[in-house]
Write a protein that binds this ligand. Structure first.
Ligand code: SF4
Length: 258
């Protein structure tokens, strides 16, 4: 196979064999670097993802025989590889480091992007746009970032400390957070279009439709995600939609066709 079925089943297309290979060899830094190429919030998703990848794991249900085929080499049938738990382990080990991994950032482009919505899609978009050298300001009506991860998932499933560790890396990359402000009440979309080079609406806005492939709207420089793109899953699909938004916006800001 060219790509592992588990990686293809992950909506974020995480390179699962690569990160597990690094973990198995004790290369924790490399493991988290591979994970963060696709998953900006691994401590959070490592606790709440529905584990699409594990459903297609080839190890599941297999019985492995000894070399001569006479007896089981392992008590079978086998469970799928615990991919989600391994990603969570890598994230937790990294968060406990004195200097957790922060991806490298390209030279500043001088471009500014406004991201409306500090949930998984908005945070993910900012995470990748910042690495591309664009300045990002994230606006949200809540007092703390995290969106559905913070306000819809109980602490028993997703401790705030784990989510905060993920968000801290985005802050260290240079994200500016403007909390307790609401689009339409405290600022208008036209304000953002005037003050920023591009806008990403990570939360659904009535009357604004986006192309599902490019996330472009009919407003110049305005891209939109939300449930129309990521579906009802507020987790890894939203994170993947944020990554797509960052890719499209970076292309737009670089003067390329989106
Ligand atoms: S647990 Fe979820 S986010 Fe992690 S690799 Fe599997 S599908 Fe992707």
């Amino acid at each position: 196979d060219c790509a592992a079925p588990c990686s293809l089943a992950c909506p974020a297309r995480l390179d699962i064999p690569a990160f597990i290979g690094h973990l198995a060899a004790g290369r924790h830094r490399e493991a988290i670097a591979v994970i963060k190429e696709r998953i900006p919030l691994p401590a959070a998703l490592g606790r709440i993802c529905p584990r699409y990848c594990e459903r297609v794991c080839r190890r599941a249900g297999r019985t492995y025989l000894s070399a001569d085929g006479s007896q089981p080499a392992m008590p079978g049938p086998q469970e799928p590889v615990a991919i989600c738990a391994l990603a969570r382990f890598a994230a937790d080990v990294d968060a406990a480091e004195q200097e957790p991994y922060v991806p490298p950032r390209r030279a500043a482009t001088g471009k500014r992007v406004a991201v409306v919505g500090a949930g998984p899609a908005g945070l993910s978009a900012a995470f990748y746009l910042l690495q591309d050298g664009h300045a990002c300001t994230i606006f949200d009506a809540h007092s703390d970032p995290g969106g559905a991860f913070r306000y819809a998932v109980p602490e028993s499933r997703l401790p705030k400390q784990a989510l905060d560790a993920d968000i801290e890396v985005i802050r260290r990359l240079g994200a500016e957070f403007r909390m307790n402000v609401r689009l339409g009440a405290d600022f208008a979309l036209d304000d953002l279009r005037r003050d920023y080079d591009a806008v990403f609406l990570a939360c659904p806005r009535p009357g604004i439709k986006a192309d599902r492939r490019t996330l472009r709207t009919n407003l110049e420089g305005v891209f939109a995600g939300g449930k129309a793109v990521s579906g009802p899953d507020p987790g890894v699909r939203a994170v993947a939609a944020g990554h797509l938004a960052a890719t499209c916006i970076h292309q737009y800001l670089s003067g390329h066709e989106v």
